[in-house]
Every structure is written in structure tokens, then in C-alpha cells.
Design a protein around this ligand. Structure first.
Ligand code: 13P
Length: 335
């Protein structure tokens, strides 16, 4: 078993999942302002430190994805943030892409950037304690999109990123996100997501990435948020499993879903059903941002000094998702 495979399995052991707390300063500002909190470095840190020192970090959260600002910050007890996370029992991780930019040649689509100087940045993050990294490619579904150009160029970037990350002895999270925005049906999402993921693995293999030392972070198969097509949670789970079974090589140890705009309960319920039906060897867990933080952020914004109350809400959400990652969640466990 390779060292990278061990890290990936440790992050996902016993139903553990990943907290995606890697919102860029721009995105975090939007989140904080939506609950009337000023977005200062101190407030961003206070909310995040509140989450990172919660008890679920030991029982339920195997890894935390950080943003560059946070991995360099110190906690109120003067601990480095990656050390705080490790002491709680989780692995610190870092988002290393520099964002999705207009794709030349298809200006209505995006390609993710950040390869220039990446090898040097990775060395720095490794020294700061990072055990894994994240890079997100993003795809829109319309009549003509995602184009072959967008599928090809994002897969190429994800593969070059993954190869550099493994060279630096960290586990790359490979995140191709097919967005749920739009009028498309679940079947269209299934077709496009399958194409996107297959191309990613074609490139990962070409770039000699060790597939036992990555974590795939895909979207679930959903109908677009403006679609007339309504499918049940059970169908979402079955289509998601069918897509992954047909497009992900069996060496990959784990798949952690993004929540992508689903509500907290929806994201938990769908993950639970995926695990109930899971007849693969893949660990299927979560790497949620909004679906882990939304209620905690709302509560915290009413009194930013109420650390305990905020942690209680976050602990509950993490616990529910860890149960879902084992197919053991049910609605009556919700508060
Ligand atoms: P959401 O779960 O809010 O989609 O965020 C996950 C993530 O890391 C997106 O890149």
C-alpha cells in the first residue's frame, strides 16, 4: 500500500468525510455578508476556528480543505491552523488552483488556472503541514456545452496538477464539477458527467498519476435547478452510482461528493441512499462546503461569541453526514 493510498484511506475511515472550508476571500465575503457579518480576516478566522475546534473533528471529519489565507493564520491560542486541525485528528488540506477563468476559444466556458509556479507553492504548503490538496474544474450544461475543448483542457489541467501534487507527497483531490445550474434533465447530467469524468481519468493515466493515491470529488447526478424533470432521491442515488461505476477505475480508493447547492438535508439524504445502494468497492463520502456550514454560519452570525452553540450545530451536521456515508442515516435523527 503506497503512502498516498494510506493518507486517502485514513481521511475517509469509518464514515469520515471532508469539510471544504476553502472558500476564497471573495466567496467567503459573500457568505458572511449574506448573514450581515463584516468580512475581515479576524471574522473569517473566528468562524473557521470555531468549526475546526469542534468535537466532530475527531469523530467525523477526516480532512479540512483550507484556503491560502487560513493555512497561514494562527488560532486564538496561537496555534498554527494546520496544527490545530491535526491535533483534533483530521488532515489539513489546501486548495491550490487559482480559480476558473474564461476559456480562450470558448469564452462562455471556463478553464481552471494555477499551474504556473505550482511545484514551488506545493513545497511551501507541504512544509505548512498539508497532507492533501484540491483543484476544481467547472463545467456548465447547455445545448452545446460542455464543449470538447472545455472537457479536454480542464482534464489536462487536473492531470498536470495531480501529478505535481503526488510528486510533492500529497493526495490530490480531483474535482470536476458539472454545475446544477440550468434546465437540463438528470439524464443529460448523467451523460455529460460521465464524459467529463472519463476524460479526466484518460488524462490522469497519461500523466502517470497513481490512482490509488487520489480522491475523486464529483457532483451527484441531478436534474438542473431550472429543469422540469423531477426525479426522486432514490433515482439520483442510482444514476450517480451507475455513472461512477462506468467511469471511475476500480483502483481509486474514495469518492467524496460536493454539495453543489443542494440543501443540507438533501445532500445528506442523497449520500445516504448512494451508500445504501453502493455495490462497488469505492468509499463514498462527503466533501461538503455549504451543506456542512450553512446552519452553523446562520446561528453564529446572531452571536459570534457563542462558540459552543455554533459547534453543536456543526457537530450535528457532520454526524448526520458521517452516518449517511455508512448508509445509516434516517430523517428522524434530524433535530
Ligand atoms: P459545496 O459543497 O458548497 O459545493 O463546496 C464544495 C467545494 O469544495 C466546491 O469546490
Amino acid at each position: 500500500m503506497s503512502e498516498l493510498n494510506k493518507i486517502a484511506l485514513k481521511i475517509l475511515e469509518n464514515g469520515k468525510g471532508i469539510l471544504a472550508a476553502d472558500e476564497s476571500t471573495g466567496t467567503m465575503t459573500k457568505r458572511l455578508e449574506s448573514v450581515n457579518i463584516q468580512s475581515t480576516p479576524e471574522n473569517r478566522l473566528l468562524f473557521r476556528e470555531t468549526l475546526f475546534s469542534s468535537s466532530c473533528m475527531t469523530e467525523c471529519i477526516g480532512g479540512v480543505i483550507l484556503y491560502d489565507e487560513t493555512i497561514k493564520q494562527k488560532s486564538s491560542k496561537k496555534n498554527k491552523i494546520p496544527e490545530l486541525i491535526s491535533e483534533m485528528g483530521a488532515a489539513p488540506g489546501i486548495k491550490v488552483d487559482t480559480g476558473a477563468k474564461v476559456l480562450a476559444g470558448s469564452p462562455d466556458e471556463k478553464v481552471t488556472e494555477g499551474l504556473d509556479g505550482l511545484r514551488e507553492r506545493l513545497k511551501e504548503y507541504f512544509k505548512l503541514g498539508a497532507k492533501f490538496t484540491k483543484w476544481r474544474g467547472v463545467y456548465n450544461i447547455t445545448k452545446n456545452f460542455p464543449s470538447e475543448l472545455s472537457i479536454q483542457s480542464n482534464a489536462h489541467a487536473l492531470a498536470r496538477y495531480s501529478s505535481l501534487v503526488q510528486e510533492s507527497n500529497m493526495v490530490p483531490i480531483v474535482e470536476p464539477e458539472v454545475l446544477m445550474d440550468g434546465e437540463h434533465s438528470a439524464n443529460e447530467c448523467y451523460e455529460k458527467t460521465s464524459e467529463v469524468i472519463k476524460k479526466c481519468f484518460e488524462e490522469l493515466i497519461l500523466h502517470k498519476v497513481d490512482l490509488t493515491g487520489i480522491i475523486l470529488k464529483p457532483n451527484m447526478i441531478l436534474a438542473g435547478n431550472k429543469s422540469k424533470d423531477k426525479i426522486s432521491n432514490d433515482e439520483i442515488a442510482k444514476l450517480t452510482l451507475k455513472c461512477l461505476k462506468n467511469s471511475v477505475p476500480s483502483e481509486v480508493p474514495g469518492i467524496t461528493f460536493l454539495s453543489g447547492g443542494q440543501s443540507e438535508i438533501e445532500a445528506t439524504e442523497n449520500l445516504n441512499l448512494i451508500n445504501k445502494h453502493n455495490d462497488t468497492n469505492f468509499i463514498m463520502s462527503y466533501s461538503y462546503g455549504r451543506a456542512l456550514q450553512h446552519s452553523a454560519l446562520k446561528f453564529w452570525s446572531k452571536d459570534i461569541k457563542d462558540i459552543e452553540g455554533t459547534q453543536k450545530i456543526f457537530n450535528h451536521r457532520a454526524k448526520m453526514n458521517t452516518l449517511a456515508a455508512q448508509g445509516k442515516w434516517s430523517k428522524d435523527l434530524e433535530i
